[in-house]
Design a protein around this ligand. Structure first.
Ligand code: N01
Length: 503
């Protein structure tokens, strides 16, 4: 039986804002609400701790492939990053410290997975049901659930018959010791290029099953000297300058990816030169050479992936995985390679976005149905038919070239502008359908000429070939366009008296 959410501070109350997810998105939203003087909000997090992807992904080698000084909040810059590309555990500690510093931890409920969120038109409220059966009501719903957390397992004949250890990069079991084991790694995306070098010297043998090679560019990672950290701490302007340099360097990539394919050809030449230099063996090089333009699939950033593949105990296998048996993996040529563990680096279920939460808007319409042919929203944040709902890192706001934390901050600012209308007497805020449709038509027109639509098969694309994942422009353009919410884009209805809720 359903029961109100057990929370002494909010029992029986209507929340001002309910936030789903305590990753970068949910944390940013909570911080900005608190800064605005609001305390009647809650963050519902399905995991046992905050951090989102940086709490859940614990595979060896896990790090961010965007430099840390940029992949962090602009309002909470950290002078102490240990490396240019800090490891996942350090990013998670940064998130924890930031949450603590801003006093938002008391507003977060962990082990609280939202299973359903339904808009109750009569009451003008979002009714939430948690997986536990508990319920909560809120005037506004912010979905910051992210897109990279539902692990994707390939359908391989006999996979369930394997008797050894099975792990996915997103469901890593730290207690399993890989030392001296024979392992199969399936997949060669961003997770695999971090995992493989981190375990290659530990395992007895590693079979890497590659379906499609990706372009790799060197990461050129380095540790920050104590003197640099001290300078960043003493002179915050220096750190802002550094962050800006990284930001604009990344932003330049968008020119090639979205407007000037010739520029991509130049980047690709750099990747080809790196490959020639790093892999002397022409046979291996041929196996690892992609047949699509750089950028079409996510560019892989690594200094140690290519060296790891040339170890004596590592084999790159390009034959299709045909079957899994109790003791190993069988390729299309019929060869069985016995292993103790299968490590899936096969990514996430991305294009069936938010499908793990049953979201229902006006008249019981289901988001999963509305998005059956591809997710859409207005600037990735608001969706017609779902009043007072705000998405963070929603459709078409993912990036292939810059930091998503930048996008999150822009989205939170936009959502806050709309939520403030609710605080000032509005009952519902809903983007107009014609505004949303015109925006999406323009966005997909722009998408046509980009590298992401140049012909490769990637997780950016839906089954029907549309791209509802990537923002096809500069992030600075996104920032500019979302700097304030234009009331003319919305139907804003006044609140009934009962809907007015104090902070
Ligand atoms: O997943 P992926 P990921 N047989 O989907 C292969 C973010 N991320 O976890 O290319 C054999 O990219 C599949 O092959 P193919 C980042 O946004 C960020 O690596 O489909 N192989 C592919 O090689 C990234 O883009 C960081 O042909 C099979 C791989 O599995 C996203 O997460 C770090 C197969 C999946 O690659 C996902 O990256 C890590 C099969 N049957 C991840 N099925 C940062 O540092 C699938 N594959 C920020």
């Amino acid at each position: 039986m359903n029961a109100p959410f057990r929370d002494p501070q909010t029992a029986g109350q209507v929340l001002d804002v309910a936030i789903i997810g305590a990753g970068f998105s949910g944390l940013c939203m909570a911080i900005k609400l608190k800064e605005a003087g609001r305390t009647n909000f809650r963050v519902f997090e399905k995991a046992s701790d905050i951090g989102g992807t940086w709490f859940l992904n614990r595979y060896p080698g896990c790090a961010c492939d965007v430099p840390s000084h940029l992949y962090s909040f602009s309002f909470d810059q950290n002078p102490d990053w240990s490396r240019a590309y800090s490891p996942a555990s350090e990013i998670w500690r940064y998130q924890k410290a930031t949450a603590e510093k801003h006093g938002i931890l008391p507003f977060i409920r962990c082990d609280a997975e939202v299973a359903r969120a339904e808009y109750d038109e009569a009451a003008g409220l979002w009714q939430l049901t948690l997986r536990s059966g508990e319920t909560a009501a809120a005037r506004a719903l912010v979905a910051g659930a992210g897109i990279l957390h539902v692990p994707s397992y390939p359908e391989i004949k006999g996979a369930e018959s394997f008797t050894g250890k099975v792990m996915h990069t997103a469901t890593w079991d730290d207690s399993y010791d890989l030392t001296g084991k024979r392992v199969a790694v399936i997949g060669t995306g961003a997770s695999a290029v971090q995992l493989v070098p981190a375990i290659a010297d530990k395992v007895a043998h590693l079979d890497l099953y590659q379906r499609t090679p990706g372009w790799v560019i060197p990461r050129m990672d380095y540790a920050f000297k104590e003197a640099s950290k001290a300078s960043f701490a003493r002179v915050p302007f220096l750190q802002r300058l550094w962050r800006n340099l990284i930001y604009w360097r990344a932003e330049m990539l968008a020119i090639g990816f979205t407007r000037k394919p010739k520029m991509v050809a130049k980047f690709q030449k750099l990747a080809e030169d790196y490959m020639r230099h790093a892999i002397p063996n022409p046979e291996l090089r041929a196996k690892l050479t992609p047949d699509f333009p750089l950028g079409c699939k996510r560019v892989l950033i690594s200094d140690d992936f290519y060296p790891a593949l040339q170890r004596d105990n590592v084999e790159v296998i390009t034959d299709r995985v045909a079957e899994i048996r109790g003791n190993g993996v069988v390729t299309a040529d019929g060869r069985l390679r016995e292993v103790d563990a299968i490590l899936y680096a096969t990514g996430f279920r991305v294009t069936d976005w938010l499908s793990h939460v049953d979201i229902r808007g006006r008249g019981g319409r289901e988001l999963i149905d509305d998005w059956r042919d591809g997710a859409f929203a207005y600037y990735g944040v608001v969706v017609n038919g779902y009043p007072n709902m705000f998405l963070l890192l929603g459709p078409n706001t993912g990036l292939g070239h810059n930091s998503v934390v930048f996008m999150i901050e822009a989205q939170v600012r936009y959502a806050m502008a709309c939520i403030k209308w609710l605080w000032n007497g509005a009952g519902t805020v809903e983007v107009k359908k014609e505004v949303q449709d015109a925006f999406n038509a323009q966005l997909h027109e722009k998408m046509k000429g980009t590298v992401w639509m140049s012909g490769c098969k990637s997780w950016y694309l839906n089954a029907n070939g549309t791209n509802s994942t990537i923002w096809p422009d500069f992030t600075v353009t996104y920032w500019w366009k979302t700097r304030s919410a234009d009331r003319r884009d919305f139907d804003v209805a006044p609140a009934k008296v009962a809907e007015k809720v104090a902070a």
